[in-house]
Each structure stands twice: as structure tokens, then as C-alpha cells.
Design a protein around this ligand. Structure first.
Ligand code: GLC
Length: 438
């Protein structure tokens, strides 16, 4: 398939994704019991035997995915991605290819199936995260690998010839997810590294299968990349397995994301609410709602999405700190979502007091910082038809008070009268003014 055709199909497939802009990432599994993050097996070099008690104890008695879905919806999130299998190899779904799955724990449930049903019921698009890496499977490289828990244990030297057996398992599980769980909107792979990349995963064969089973599904770029590695999606000649969107991690790309021809490509920044993807009981370094609101605006102002993570605990509940932040973000989104959904990079440079997002002839001024006197809109003189406070629809005044007489190319807006006065921002987190352009 030609690069143009690949890009054209990618653009069509990601239309809803580039409109919805805001999603929930959910990292959940056995690692919620040690509660030290999802890499605990690797960071503490735990053997399968060390980790086995968590398998035998896993019983999330408070797991009610509909409650998760309601929290996501109230936050203004339009899609959600759950870990079906993380690097530890534990499957949250009833795979016929392994015994290492949630239905064989005291939970006795297909957690993925319940997640999909609950979020679809709330009208939220659904995706599954699937780890290419597998620290449980006996044919995945262990001794000498970059991150495997047994990377330093010579008893775990493995015959590279058996890696294909792992790939048959991996492709088989992905087929299970694509044929046994209804329509999926996103497949979120994680992650490639060193030579473990591209065709090492038999990626062409895998993508061909995925596209044949669920042609609409969108896929991230991590069959080639990772949070730091780009992959060919960043080029004008993407490979067949380049994916449909780039996935910068724990950072918002300073200039947004374009390919090497300067063309914008779909991208999504995945970000944790504290500093861990999986539940970490000791990590109370939560970002506040104002930060999340402003960073979501930053993503959209650069033509990107935000996938914001929650890490439910071992009993199946999202931490209260996360729920509180999501609820406050939702209260802002309820009144200001029009400045996010369907919006992207504006035709005007970033203003000093905040950011712009734009959707057609609607330019949204996200005012983070109070101005002295009227709010300056550089280069917008004569281009404004109307201005409204988005949150309540009230009039905002377009005028050039005496104090701004010198700045003829700029337009000025005031939240109240007299226009040269300084007024407090109605919403200190982010006051959005909807500007209708001529
Ligand atoms: C990194 C981490 C992984 C996490 C992912 C989310 O790849 O290794 O634990 O799931 O980021 O993007």
C-alpha cells in the first residue's frame, strides 16, 4: 500500500479520535496488590514464584466498571483504554491460550469483558492496551534482556529459536481480543525497544490480521516505537505497522507532532495523575485539576489528545484522589467542552495570557492569567464578530478603550464595563471566551 494511501486511511480512521481529544487510561492487574507500580516485578527482580501469591490473592470485590465509566463520562472523557495484559503477562481476560488469567484467580471474572460492556453502556469508545513484552511467557527473552525480571539470572538463558512460539501466542491472544469481545475502537500496543521492534514482532503479519478483523480500529505507534522512540509514523513514508497515532509519554511535545515533511500527524500524550501507571499506595504526588485542565488545552492547542491515567487498587476501585480530580475537571468540561471537542491548533500564535484552540470560525481564548485592563488579541483587530463567556454564554465586550489607543492592529475584549477596568477572571483555572470570527 502506498504511503499516501496509508496516510489517507489513517486520517479517515482517526477522525473521531481527533474530535474526542480526551480519554481515560486504566492500568490494573496483579501489581495493584504490591501497590508499588506496574513494573514491580522488574524493578525488584521478582521471580514468578515471588509474584505468585498476588495471583492467588487477586479478588477485586469492589470492582464495578460501570462506576469507572460514570466517572470517566462525568470527567468529559470520550474514550477509555484498559490494560488487557501488561508486561507481567497476567491476562485480565479469559484467554484460551494461558492459565495466567483473571478467571483463574479468586476474582473468577473476565475483567476485560465487564469493562467493555460498562463503558459502551455509558457511550464511551473502548480500547485495549496489550503489552508486546511478556515476563511470564517461557519463550520471551529473559537473561540479558533490557528489563526482564530475570535479566541477571543465568538460569534464564533462552533459545532465541523459541521466540516464534511466543509470537504465535501473542498474535493468537490479539486475535482472541479482536474476535471475542465485539467492536474495539483502539488497540494500544506497548512497547518496542532495541531489536525488539517492527518485524521482530512479525508486525506486518499482525497488522494485516488486525486490519482484516476490525478495519476501523486505530492503533498506536509502538509496534515500532515507545514513549521515547518515534517509529516511521514520524516520517512521510510510514510503514504498514507505523500505527495511526504517535504516543508521547509523560510529556507534551513542545511543538506538537508533525512528520519529517512538516505534516501534522495524530498524536496522544499519555499522562499519569500521580507518577505511577499502576496503583502505588505511597505515591500521593497528584497533579491538580487546574494543571490537568490547562495541559489538556495545551494538547488540543497542538492538535493532540490527552490519555489521562488512573490506577485502580487491588479491590477494584479508582483512588479517591483521582476521582476528585476527575470530578473537578468534569465540572470545567461540562461548561467549556466546546473549546476542546473538535478543536485543534489555532490560526493565531499563542497569546501571553494563555492559549488558543480553534474549530472553524470559532476561536477559543483560554485565559489563564488576568490582564491589566482589557485582554489583548494580537492581530485580531477587525476580525471579531462576537465574544461570549463560554461557561455561561454572557456577553464579553469587544472594544478599544482609551488605554489601548496605541495598539491599532490588536483587538481588545473586556469581561465587563467600563472596558478599561481590570476584572477578576470568572474561572481562575481557565476562563474561556468564545470568539466568533468574521
Ligand atoms: C511505559 C511503561 C508501561 C506503561 C506505558 C504507558 O511503556 O513501561 O508500564 O504501561 O508506559 O504508556
Amino acid at each position: 500500500m502506498s504511503a499516501n494511501k496509508l496516510v489517507q486511511e489513517r486520517t479517515e480512521r482517526t477522525e473521531w479520535f481527533r474530535y474526542d481529544r480526551f480519554g481515560m487510561f486504566i492500568h490494573w492487574g496483579l501489581y495493584a496488590i504490591p501497590a508499588r507500580g506496574e513494573w514491580v516485578r522488574s524493578t525488584e527482580q521478582l521471580t514468578i514464584e515471588d509474584y505468585q501469591p498476588y495471583f492467588e490473592q487477586f479478588n477485586p470485590d469492589l470492582y464495578q466498571p460501570r462506576e469507572w465509566a460514570k466517572a470517566a463520562k462525568a470527567a468529559g472523557m470520550r474514550y477509555a483504554v484498559l490494560t488487557a495484559k501488561h508486561h507481567d503477562g497476567f491476562c485480565l481476560f479469559d484467554s484460551k491460550l494461558t492459565e495466567y488469567k483473571s478467571t483463574n484467580t479468586p476474582a473468577g471474572r473476565d475483567l476485560v469483558r465487564e469493562f467493555l460492556e460498562a463503558f459502551r453502556a455509558e457511550g464511551i469508545k473502548v480500547g485495549l492496551y496489550y503489552s508486546l513484552i511478556d515476563w511470564y511467557h517461557e519463550d520471551y527473552p529473559a537473561y540479558g534482556d533490557k528489563a526482564h525480571p530475570m535479566r541477571n539470572n543465568e538460569n534464564f538463558k533462552r533459545d532465541p529459536q523459541t521466540f516464534d512460539r511466543y509470537l504465535d501466542y501473542m498474535h493468537g491472544q490479539i486475535r482472541e481480543l479482536l474476535t471475542g469481545y465485539g467492536k474495539l475502537d483502539i488497540m494500544w500496543f506497548d512497547f518496542s525497544y532495541d531489536e525488539m521492534c517492527g518485524e521482530k514482532w512479525r508486525a506486518t503479519e499482525l497488522m494485516t490480521m488486525i486490519r482484516s478483523l476490525q478495519p476501523h480500529i486505530i492503533i498506536d505507534n509502538r509496534l515500532e516505537g515507545s514513549g521515547d522512540l518515534a517509529g516511521s509514523i514520524y516520517t512521510a513514508e510510514p510503514s504498514i505497522y507505523a500505527g495511526d497515532f504517535a504516543s508521547p509519554e509523560q510529556i507534551i511535545p513542545p511543538e506538537g507532532v508533525t512528520n519529517n515533511a512538516g505534516e501534522p500527524i495524530p498524536w496522544e500524550a499519555c499522562i499519569t495523575l500521580n507518577n505511577n501507571w499502576g496503583y502505588s499506595a505511597a505515591d500521593n504526588c497528584y497533579k491538580n485539576a487546574t494543571t490537568i485542565i490547562r495541559k489538556l488545552v495545551e494538547c488540543v492547542s497542538k492538535n493532540g489528545n490527552m490519555l489521562l491515567n488512573v490506577g485502580p487498587d487491588a479491590r477494584g476501585e479508582i483512588p479517591q484522589q483521582s476521582l476528585d480530580i476527575l470530578a473537578e475537571v468534569g465540572s470545567w468540561m461540562k461548561r467549556n467542552g466546546d473549546s476542546i471537542y473538535g478543536c485543534g491548533k489555532a490560526d493565531y500564535d499563542k497569546p501571553e495570557w494563555g492559549r488558543f484552540t480553534q474549530k472553524g470560525n470559532k476561536l477559543y481564548a483560554h485565559v489563564f492569567e488576568q490582564s491589566i485592563g482589557p485582554i489583548n488579541l494580537t492581530g485580531l483587530e477587525g476580525k471579531l464578530k462576537s465574544a461570549r463567556l463560554l461557561a455561561d454564554g454572557s456577553e464579553v465586550f469587544i472594544s478599544r478603550p482609551w488605554s489601548a489607543a496605541l495598539f491599532e492592529n490588536n483587538a481588545f475584549i473586556s469581561l465587563a464595563k467600563p472596558e478599561h477596568f481590570t476584572f477578576p477572571l470568572p474561572d481562575a483555572r481557565n476562563t474561556v471566551i468564545e470568539l466568533e470570527l468574521e
